[in-house]
Design a protein around this ligand. Structure first.
Ligand SMILES: CC(C)(COP(=O)(O)OP(=O)(O)OC[C@H]1O[C@@H](n2cnc3c(N)ncnc32)[C@H](O)[C@@H]1OP(=O)(O)O)[C@@H](O)C(=O)NCCC(=O)NCCS
Length: 168
């Protein structure tokens, strides 16, 4: 019998440390040189296992992707937070440990997130990404996202641009 090594499921409280590890490594890898260093350190330090435990307890929509029982990615999502944009759902975060990127796992998590939002009645969604995050921009464009908005985002005293991609 061939057992599937890849599993996508809702996060549980006991996953908090592993998710925190995925968050740390993927954020440093994605944002070093984009988000000012001290701000990036602060943002990452805030998201320790206790923060994730509390997010899971609150019932935040959070999926994890396991490969051979190791969590190597997560997606968090919910209702669109920018009410002036006519989209129902929002992908808040989609991150994979660097060694597990480029293997099709991002697409799998994205599809599972979309299916779950659709089950909740959300027919479309958007996602924000920093304009300098080429990997994310290429990925969302490849998956059919359409750029609909640009806006500044503040990191400490510095501004960066972010883009919203819509999926209809
Ligand atoms: C962005 C990210 C989630 C993508 O996940 P991934 O597992 O690396 O991507 P996949 O391997 O699933 O790619 C899916 C498809 O997109 C394509 N793709 C991925 N990145 C691409 C890019 N930068 N440009 C063009 N196409 C891209 C792949 O070729 C693949 O195409 P196919 O399925 O038609 O063959 C992942 O790289 C990641 O975690 N990056 C760092 C964190 C980050 O930037 N997250 C987004 C924050 S908004």
């Amino acid at each position: 019998m061939v057992k599937t090594l890849i599993n996508i499921r809702p996060a549980q409280i006991d996953d908090a440390s592993e998710i925190s590890g995925v968050h740390d490594s993927s954020w440093y890898d994605a944002y070093r040189g984009i988000i000012p260093g001290r701000e990036l350190d602060r943002m990452i330090a805030r998201r320790g296992p206790l923060w994730w435990k509390s997010a899971i307890r609150r019932g935040s929509r959070l999926l994890v992707l396991e490969y051979d029982h190791i969590i190597c990615g997560y997606a968090s999502y919910g209702r669109n937070r920018v009410m002036s944009l006519p989209y129902q759902g929002e992908l808040f975060e989609l991150y994979l440990t660097p060694e597990f990127q480029g293997l099709g796992f991002g697409r799998r998590l994205f599809n599972s997130m979309r299916e779950d939002l659709a089950r909740q009645g959300y027919q479309n969604l958007l996602v924000w990404a920093l304009a300098d995050n080429d990997r994310a921009l290429g990925f969302y464009t490849h998956l059919g996202g359409r750029e609909i908005r640009r806006a500044p985002e503040k990191f400490g005293t510095e501004l960066r641009e972010r883009l919203a991609f819509a999926f209809d």
